[in-house]
Write a protein of this length. Structure first.
Length: 255
């Protein structure tokens, strides 16, 4: 069975969503799972962070209606593939708005993947929009990434509301959990935010193991390598923390 997850849901940029998509995706691929990451952001960071070229595959998939198998590129081994994006994804989103049944387009385009990869990860752009809705409509679950500051927790109520609307419309998307990102033990704001998160999410969605702020992520971006490649012997806190996120995901999903 193929499980589809949207990473994001909270309409804020720079919180570590794309990093989570590729770090979790590559970590699972290294553990033997087959993973496809679909980049729904016109910034094209999925390809860029993996050291690959941006490509107009989302436009081809959604506007030109090319079959998904023609839009998939191998990123590392056959275990880790991506559907890369580039600036044309912004145009695809504009066109999508004017199409009928637009919120079903992505779901339909991804349907042939059923029974293929163990996991499909949809990485979304900051901000609400047609592609974000399309991602929710194509997903079994949402995994939210929130920056550990009280301000960014605001976005969570909007997310639970959106999920409620999708469920009300008959699409059973679930909130898998919330990953607190960019934790900083030295700042009170970060500690307050964690407390507020546990309090606000009590019984609503599980709080996943968090990931601290670390310089390895910037290095990883500038090298076009994932943290598993920058630190192959997993000696950093970042790799230990992301390993915990992946273990938790495997417990929850059993893919
Ligand atoms: N835990 C972290 N600590 C420090 N920097 C991080 C962390 N996670 C991601 N980053 C960095 O923050 C920047 C934004 O991350 P990104 O994943 O692109 O965010 P988003 O997709 O939410 O816009 C990138 O330069 C990335 O390397
Ligand atoms: Mg991103």
């Amino acid at each position: 069975m193929t499980i589809t997850i949207t990473i994001g849901g909270v309409h804020k940029g720079g919180v570590g969503k794309t990093t989570a998509a590729i770090t979790v995706g590559h970590g699972l691929a290294l553990a033997g799972y087959t993973v496809l990451i679909v980049d729904l952001d016109a910034q094209g960071h999925v390809a860029y962070y993996l050291g690959l070229e941006r490509r107009p595959m989302i436009y081809r998939l959604l506007v030109d209606r090319e079959p998904i198998k023609k839009c998939v590129l191998m990123a590392r081994s056959p275990n880790l593939c991506i559907v890369p994006s580039d600036a044309s994804t912004a145009m695809a989103q504009e066109k999508l708005v004017t199409m009928r049944f637009n919120e079903l387009r992505l779901k339909q385009a991804l349907a042939p993947l059923q029974g293929g990869p163990n996991l499909v990860i949809l990485d979304t752009a900051p901000g609400a929009g047609a592609l974000h809705d399309a991602a929710m409509g194509a997903s079994d679950y949402v995994l939210a990434v929130v920056e550990a500051s009280t301000a960014s927790l605001d976005g969570l109520s909007l997310l639970t509301q959106t999920i409620g609307e999708f469920r009300g419309a008959g699409h059973p998307v679930g909130l898998l959990g919330i990953i607190p990102m960019m934790l900083d033990d030295r700042t009170l704001a970060s500690q307050d935010a964690m407390e507020a998160l546990h309090h606000a999410q009590d019984g609503l969605a599980p709080v996943y193991p968090g990931v601290h702020r670390a310089t390895i992520f910037q290095r990883s971006v500038s090298d076009g390598r994932t943290i598993w490649e920058v630190d192959p012997t997993s000696r950093t806190r970042a790799t230990a923390e992301y390993s915990a996120v992946i273990r938790r995901l495997l417990e929850d999903l059993d893919p």
